[in-house]
Design a protein around this ligand. Structure first.
Ligand SMILES: Nc1ncnc2c1ncn2[C@@H]1O[C@H](COP(=O)(O)OP(=O)(O)OP(=O)(O)O)[C@@H](O)[C@H]1O
Length: 271
């Protein structure tokens, strides 16, 4: 354990109404090579935690350390993939990946960089589409490009902020498989932290799932271990008892809020 460690972290923002504490008392210990999802209601601070790991946000209290070193800003040891693809529109699919590899891997030769780009483009089935610009490809293909780019620069930690959120279920399913394939090819050495709203996605991909409670001053409510065997096959795992138990548990943790809203609704109606 203790590869990526968040200790007593608090993050707050200055707002016109004063200081707003988004997350508080966050403690999380992630092992190297682990896949951890963060799940919770909208606005509970999932992206805030991810941004603190990426180094784009700095905690007001507490620390985030990676391999024993405190994170003080962004670095090439951490790659991030957002929901909105973040591809450069004036570059082709190939160039989007090459440019990132070129900037990140300064000591690698040009021929090796080209090899890397080719390898990852083929892995996500985009080699045939390498000359296209982002506006000429589908959402799923854009996200494939973004994920291939993140892996190609070979970061130790991959941060995924709702990477599949905008995709249809079938495209999402194939991207899950591609993500796990790339993770397997690195001998499962890459640590992946993913923010998602999708319970099934979290269970299928993760070793552990961090459930947040609601903000302000949100914190970790519970951490679920996912003891499903790998490699995972969606068709098989949905029938496993362990899968059903975790899914039910997550549903009940996340649906509390809806039940309270319902009670309020009936109370208001009766009054
Ligand atoms: N720069 C900022 N200034 C002020 N408040 C912020 C800022 N960034 C985030 N917040 C607030 O912090 C809280 C947590 O935001 P965050 O984006 O981390 O939530 P989230 O769980 O990722 O939400 P979602 O699931 O909707 O993407 C929210 O109440 C949000 O409004």
């Amino acid at each position: 354990m203790s590869y990526l460690k968040i200790e007593n972290m608090e993050i707050s923002f200055n707002t016109p109404k004063g200081r707003f504490v988004a997350v508080k008392d966050v403690n999380l210990d992630i092992a190297k090579g682990e896949i951890v999802s963060i799940i919770g209601h909208s606005g509970c601070g999932k992206s805030t935690i991810l941004n603190a790991i990426s180094g784009m946000l700095y905690p007001a209290k507490g620390t985030v350390t990676l391999a024993g070193k405190q994170i003080k800003g962004p670095g090439p040891d951490r790659g991030i993939v957002f929901q909105n693809y973040s591809l450069l529109p004036w570059l082709t699919v190939y160039e989007n990946i090459f440019q990132a590899v070129d900037a990140a891997l300064v000591l690698t030769s040009k021929a090796e960089k080209k090899e890397l780009v080719e390898k990852y483009l083929k892995m996500v089935n985009l080699w045939e589409h390498r000359e296209k610009f982002p506006k000429q490809i589908s959402g799923g293909m854009k996200q494939r490009t973004a994920i291939a780019r993140a892996f190609a620069i070979n970061p130790d930690v991959l941060l995924l902020d709702e990477p599949f959120g905008a995709l249809d279920a079938l495209t999402k399913g194939s991207l899950h498989i591609e993500l796990l394939k790339m993770w397997n090819l690195t001998q499962r050495s890459k640590t992946i932290v993913m923010v998602t709203h999708d319970i099934e996605e979290a269970v299928f991909l993760s070793d552990r799932i961090v459930v947040m409670n609601n903000g302000p001053a949100a914190t970790i409510r519970e951490i679920e271990e996912v003891n499903l065997p790998r490699p995972r096959n969606k068709k098989d795992i949905v029938n496993m008892e362990e899968y059903k138990i975790i899914r039910e548990r997550l549903l009940s943790l996340l649906m509390d809020k809806v039940e309270i809203d319902e009670k309020d609704f009936f109370k208001e109606k009766a009054a």
